[in-house]
Design a protein around this ligand. Structure first.
Ligand SMILES: [Zn+2]
Length: 253
């Protein structure tokens, strides 16, 4: 196979890149993926009319050549396994224990999950789904993910929120800078959205105080230790996916 060289989105080395599954292979990402090209995603007219979009076939599931071998192996060992447990537990509840037509959310009561590992996997996936030049700018997030024992994370600068998805969907937005009208003032919101069935995540950069509707703020888990188990009792909303459309009403044209 042709060697793919580039900048590792995590450590920043220019080297041979390996395929990083987003989400991990065992978390609903074994099937052949159909990837929408960026151009197609931003053709919002097409999206709203429901016309079919052009796809790129990927035999190995959703993901891309974004991490060097070392980073791919390390994050796989340290974080992905825990994320897979978490995603599959949620998937099990959604498909077996509730009525998806009626349920508005689920409660999670667990003391068996290492949430710091889950958060680091989520951040690693965010880094993998943005352009390498852009990933380099998030030096603080990269350093946080590169060291499994790191517990320093700027919880004022970043907010990570989570929701559950009604329908199968794997998509991600990359980091978007949106110019939004807020109380008559123009403000820039920086957000990245990942819909990784059965879970969706939003990363906000310099977030406003008000949290997004129907989401659960999970940023606090960034300060847990790698080996720390914590009793977690949380509610997660089951919702339609988040997308650019959630902001479009306030868009400045
Ligand atoms: Zn690397």
């Amino acid at each position: 196979m042709k060697e793919r060289r580039g900048i590792c989105h995590l450590c920043g080395k220019y080297t041979e890149l390996t395929f990083e599954h987003v989400p991990p292979k065992s978390a609903n990402n074994k099937e052949r993926a159909r990837l929408l090209t960026g151009k197609e995603i931003f053709d919002t007219k097409k999206l709203s009319t429901g016309k079919s979009l052009r796809y790129i076939n990927r035999q190995q599931g959703a993901g891309n050549y974004t991490l060097c071998r070392e980073c791919n192996n390390n994050t796989g060992d340290w974080y992905a396994k825990e994320y897979i447990k978490f995603a599959n537990e949620i998937g099990y509840i959604l498909t077996n224990e509730i009525d998806m037509k009626k349920a508005k959310g689920i409660g999670l009561d667990s003391d068996k999950l290492y949430f710091q590992r889950i958060i680091k996997q989520i951040l690693c996936m965010f880094l993998s789904t943005i352009q390498p030049e852009y990933a380099m700018q998030f030096k603080d997030i990269r350093e946080y993910v590169l060291n499994k024992d790191e517990i320093k994370f700027d919880t004022n600068k970043y907010r990570i929120s989570m929701y559950l998805l009604k329908k199968y969907e794997i998509s991600h937005s990359g980091v978007m800078a949106l110019l939004i009208k807020d109380n008559g003032k123009a403000v820039i919101r920086k957000v990245a959205i990942m819909n990784l069935y059965p879970i969706g995540f939003i990363l906000e950069i310099n977030p406003p105080d008000k949290e997004m509707d129907d989401t659960t703020n999970i940023t606090k888990f960034t300060t847990l230790k790698y080996e720390e188990l914590q009793k977690v009792v949380m509610k997660f909303s089951i919702t339609e996916k988040y997308s650019l459309h959630n902001f479009t009403k306030k868009f400045i044209k």
